[in-house]
Design a binder for this molecule. Structure first.
Ligand SMILES: CC(C)(COP(=O)(O)OP(=O)(O)OC[C@H]1O[C@@H](n2cnc3c(N)ncnc32)[C@H](O)[C@@H]1OP(=O)(O)O)[C@@H](O)C(=O)NCCC(=O)NCCS
Length: 206
């Protein structure tokens, strides 16, 4: 009997394209099973910092099993054209800094996606996410041929709002009870960025 891919051991089903995004100080690439210890340790240290802005963490949130299941799903979704998931590393020593996810990719007349991102607490305030955002937007507009990026933030997430505005994202709406964050349905500010707006923001910051 020929085994179907769905019954292969989890690790064997994790297969991402060899995409690498390189910036001056960071490298972005899809997650790998070997990243688990550093990823889990960083998120454990950053728990107080991250949980107010993420879907509720459960008891098994930082287990190896859940990490492998998550990245197996991410690799399937990448293959299906639904999302692209990256971890962000400091180039000089390969320290895991955080993550960037291009989610909800819609093609056809839409050609858009939604961004999700996080940094470990100790890596905030050093410009790493700015670099990751720049690489992601260039990859999205140039390689994936998106027409727009969407992003939603909690109204009090000042750092995230500042980051989005820096790259030309504009506020486009207010969605009541939009996402379940930290266990509660919470309102979000909706931001959008078209390629034209991104080009303008690059010209202004150049
Ligand atoms: C949202 C989040 C990723 C933003 O991170 P951030 O550290 O503010 O963003 P950057 O990495 O781009 O850093 C920018 C800051 O670094 C400073 N900085 C220091 N050195 C720098 C350098 N070499 N280059 C650029 N900026 C530098 C900037 O001045 C800026 O500081 P300021 O905001 O006090 O003006 C982070 O706050 C986070 O992970 N939050 C929790 C999760 C979350 O909210 N996710 C988003 C949900 S919508």
């Amino acid at each position: 009997m020929i085994k179907s891919p769905s019954v292969w051991p989890l690790k064997q089903r994790i297969e991402f394209p060899a995409v690498r995004l390189n910036g001056p100080r960071i490298l972005m690439r899809p997650p790998d099973p070997v990243d688990f210890p550093a990823w889990a340790a960083l998120r454990e240290r950053s728990k107080q910092h991250l949980t107010p802005f993420e879907p509720e963490w459960h008891e098994d949130s930082l287990t190896r099993d859940l990490f492998l299941r998550r990245i197996e799903r991410q690799s399937r979704d990448w293959k299906a054209g639904l999302s692209c998931s990256f971890l962000i590393f400091r180039s000089e020593d390969q320290t895991v800094l955080g993550g960037m996810n291009i989610n909800n990719i819609v093609r056809g007349a839409a050609q858009f996606c939604t961004l999700g991102y996080w940094l470990g607490e100790e890596h905030q305030g050093q410009g790493y996410m700015g670099e990751a955002m720049r690489l992601t937007l260039i990859y999205g507009f140039n390689t994936l041929k998106f027409h727009r990026f969407n992003a939603g933030t909690l109204p009090h997430n000042g750092r995230s709002i500042k980051l989005l505005r820096r790259f030309g994202f504009e506020e486009e709406g207010y969605a009541k009870s939009y996402l379940q964050i930290n266990g509660e349905w919470q309102d979000h500010i909706l931001f959008g960025l078209t390629e034209d707006q991104f080009q303008k923001s690059l010209n202004i910051s150049a």
